[in-house]
Each structure stands twice: as structure tokens, then as C-alpha cells.
Design a protein around this ligand. Sequence first.
Ligand code: SAH
Length: 368
Amino acid sequence: MTNKTPLEEKLIAEITDDGPISVEKFMNRCLGDPLHGYYMGKDPFGRGGDFITAPEISQMFGEAIGVWLATAWQMMGSPKKVNLIELGPGRGTLMADMLRAANVLPEFAEAIEVHMVDMSPALRKIQGETLKGVPVDVHWHQRFEQVPAGPCLLVANEFFDALAMRQIVRADDGWHERMVGLDEAGELCLMLADKLVANAQVPHWAKDAEVGAIAEISPQRQAVAELIGSHIAKHGGAGLIIDYGHALSFAGDTFQAVYRHKFVDVLHRPGQSDLTSHVDFQELAQGFEEGGAVVHGPRTQQAFLIAMGLREREAVLKKKAPARARIMLSRQADRLVSDKQMGHLFKVIAVTDVSLGTPHPFGSPAND
Ligand code: SAH
């Protein structure tokens, strides 16, 4: 018998008693179990962790977003007070970089009150350390619903991919929920529920899929998007959502696990591997729109960052840097925007209230 994680033992015992659980429930447990969930105890980022995100690659990412926020604030009519909300702020690096960039417009910097939304006690603590000494008020919430009323700017980088999704699989007789059960040896395995998924739950774009096809749907992501959409519609403002995923819905399996910077089987070391799936931006946009907001984009991360002046910022930083650091800066910028790295897989959408208009660069022709 291999050595099992504590959560794996717990899940095997539960499945033995109560039967298989859905992929959605498995993801929720692996990421958010109060005792053993992936995000609950540790710092998953950086070299010693499992993966690296854009803000951890370079300050240029957060600075570009900070400039975007300053422009959106002006489009809002420069309110004296604005709630700057970040969902899933990780180590707080992105917020620190955005706040520094906000100083390009001192009245904007002065208007900001920060609201960090994160379910992880361990990461909230790290965020507090990162933001020690910033010249604005910072508040923490576990859920978006706890953020107070008022005009807002919102940022979510690699947040939605971490919310659970359902997988349904096309068989000869119709669609079945994909489950996690036990094989003959008593180990976790993927399987299908016997029961058919109700017709109304099969998305229209999957209706003609072939036998064996997998469709991913995320009522959780859509529900959060709807809440944000209605908050922005009611209080005014704008949000920027950045994540890896696809502009249009399609059938396919994007469920993935990463452990120590390597892709592993999705059932590998439950609670210790990072589980995500690609974000379906078409589905997400519907959520925001159902809440009453307007969605702009998606643009690729490449098109967005270049339009926001990433290359110019790179040149400025290089001027002040020694030779070795200049090479690093080129590598970091390339990693953020090149086709083969994050440039195309990552998409950006803006969500605004109806009166705001189209923020730059979502109005320019999208040939990306
Ligand atoms: N935005 C950061 C971190 C991305 S990782 C970056 O770019 O580096 C995902 C983040 O979302 C973590 O901070 C995690 O604790 C948080 N998170 C995941 N699921 C959440 C949920 N359901 N509610 C609130 N926060 C969540």
C-alpha cells in the first residue's frame, strides 16, 4: 500500500460508507477541507511550492493592472472613496504592486480602501505581512458577500480556476456525472454515476457531443460571477478577471493537478496537489450578465498587457538595472506575454456597470 495523505484516508472512509462523490465535491474537499484542504495550511506559490502565478513572476504585471484601475476610476467619475476588492489574493503581491502603481494618480491612491477576499487563513496571514505599511486601510473577508456596499474596482487573478466544476460524460444512453469512487483494491478511481444527468442540466453546446465526450460546467463559478455582476451593477464600478481558459464553451477534459511544479494525476495526493480546470469565459460572462453587469472581451493576456504598456515599463526598468537583471526582466516579460507561455492561454475580461462605457483596451478590434 502506498503512503496516503490524511485527506485521502478520510475520503476513502467516507466513500466506503456513503458511496462515490462527484468530481465537484472531490475538488471542493481537496481545496477547501477545513483541516486538510490545499489552500488551508500552506503557501503554494513560488519555487518551494507547486506553481508560480503572474504577479509572482514580475512586478510589471501588477503595475499594468494598477494603471488600468486608475483609468477605470476616472471613467467612474473619480469617486472620493472606492473599494478596491481582490478575490483570492494569494501572497498579496499583486495588491502591493497595484497600490504602488496607483500613485500615478495621487487622488486615486487616496480614494482607495482595500478589501481582500480569501478563504485561506494561512494566506490571509501572509497577505497581512506583504501589505504591512501600505498607506491605505486594508480589510479581510472570507467571502465576497461580506464586502461592503459602495463604488468598487475588483481584480481576480487565477481565482476562478480554483473554484470547483462538475464533469459530465456522454455515454450511449445519455450523460452521466463523473464521480470519484473506489476500485477493487480500495484505491480512489474515476468512474461514472449510474443515474443519468437531467436533460436540463446538459449545456446546449454539448448536446451533439460524441460518446466519450466530457463537458465541464461550474455552477459555483457562475454563482460567484452573478454575485459580482449584481454588486457592480448596483454600486457602480469595474472588475478585471484574468485566468487560463477558453473564450468559447466546448466539450473537453481540462481537469488538472499540479504538485511541485509538475502535472500529476488528478487523484494524486489529495489535499496536497493543486486542483484546477480551465475557465470557460463564455459561461462566466453569462454569470456576470445575469447579475446585471456588462462584459468586455476576452482579450488575451498578451494583447492586454502590451496595450497597457508592458514593453515600455520593461524598458524603463532595464535602464536602471545591471546587465544580469536586464536579462531577467526580458525573461519575465516574455513569460507573461509570449504565445507559448502565458500570452495566449490566459484571457482577460472586464466587467462594468452599464453606464461606464468600454474601458481600454477592450474597445479596440480584437485580432488576438
Ligand atoms: N491571485 C493570486 C493567487 C491565486 S491562487 C495570484 O495570482 O498569485 C487562488 C487564491 O484563491 C488563493 O489565495 C486561495 O486561497 C483563494 N481561494 C480559492 N478558493 C477560494 C474561495 N472559494 N473563496 C475565497 N478564496 C478562495
